[in-house]
Design a protein around this ligand. Sequence first.
Ligand code: NAD
Length: 506
Amino acid sequence: MSAEQFQRLTREDFHQQAAALRPETRMLIDGKLVNAKSGKNFETVNPASDEVVATIPLGDVEDVELAVASARKAFKSGVWSRMEPRARMEVMYRFADLISENALQFGLLESLDVGKPIVDLLGANGDVAAAALTVRYFGEAIDKIEGTVTTTAADTFHYILRQPLGVVVSITPWNYPLLIAAWKVAPALAVGNSVILKPAEQSPLSATLLAQLFMEAGGPAGVFNVVHGPGGTVGKTLALHMDVDKISFTGSTAVGKLMMVYSGQSNLKRVTVETGGKSPQIITANAPDLDIAAQFAVSGIYANKGEMCSAGSRLLVDARIHDEFVARFAAKTKATFTIGDPLDPATTMGPLVSRKQQKSVLSSIDIAKQEGAQLVLGGRTPAGFDSGAYVEPTLFIDVHPGMRIAREEVFGPVAAVLPFKTIDEAVQIANDSIYGLAAGIWTADIRTAHKMARDLDAGVIWVNCYDLSDMTQPWGGFKQSGTGRDKCLETLLTVSQTKSVWINLG
Ligand code: NAD
């Protein structure tokens, strides 16, 4: 079904399809669908209605051991790691096609699990299409990964092989469950690793389907395993495991730091972490079009209900245009976001992922008020949305750089306006953060644009735009926003290793 065909479906159609869903929730270990060895389960709840969607096996240490053994066995056998590269490519292409063919199911599962609007999932550039593209992109790279012959002395021959690491574990968050799983798993598979995916316990529904489709595409048993369960047991056991070669983690900065500790406490497994953010959107007085800047700024913070690592949650606005910008921002917010049932195609803002997250976001709003920030938009659960984890798009002004609302990641639809007087001051405020994921700059002055792009501590810079995205783009941050890069060909280097080979010709 294409994006255009989805456009014809109504809220009732989506609800009917959702009611008929019987998601496969078992784990996939060694090519088999299994329950937890303990027999225990946990429930995943629809944050739009507080209703239980499905029961999921509660994995534990025993299940992790089986998954690691299965991944290692598959890797050693060479069934995938030494498969003819072009045959591996064919599997990845078919895998990408199957994701697209199952778009409706993925869309419904993700929407029910985390409250994402169905339009954000099934649109032409939605999460499902982006996940399929990710698999295709890394599949296409398989026969372009080359070793090197180096220039050596006359009587020696030296070449460098690039080889897979072995067993790569992907630990993922709940804000883009399918897409981030694809970002992690696809490059690891492309270079020939075996993988274990441990999705966040809040968003388990799409993981098993993803792994099943890999097998349906011709992926061998044991190469793509899924283990469900809490981070503190399943995630920790994987990260401490002596037979895991790499952890590819996306989540909070606090847990990202633990990954590095676990690596040091076990086998020095490689670790890349993509973590939190408090990204600035800097609106200078000579922004080419304030209306367009306000439109991008609104989406930059409130898209995906603000549950985005790259959320532009700090609006640094030149004091001279402050009032005008705030007025336009408020008007654009009202015109852009319709809060509602995520399965209604008219909805552009759904509930947060859980009641716990709602409580945490509302508490950040209370703290901002107590610290003296002035609330000018939202700040509450929207009227009529008591069942469900909804929070209104919220805006604070009179925010100072020392306030918690200017420093801490809220991970919800909450923006803070910080005024500045000079470009240097804007850069100084922007960089005064433990994070450095992304930054937006609005200016018509080419020197200001390039100077800020150079001076801002961020892995991604957007000039006169925000959140533009492509597979070729390195995705990752500076400072405590992370150590790795997702998407882009560079990722392949982080799931493989070089081997230096010397031949004596003398
Ligand atoms: P989280 O850190 O709580 O959880 C992420 C994953 O880690 C989950 O699968 C969880 O089960 C697991 N985990 C938790 N404790 C663990 C432990 N002790 N050992 C091993 N695994 C453990 O993060 P979250 O709440 O799921 O996601 C939100 C965070 O993710 C935000 O900070 C957001 O900025 C970040 N994020 C970053 C990016 C990026 O690309 N930089 C993208 C998306 C989300």
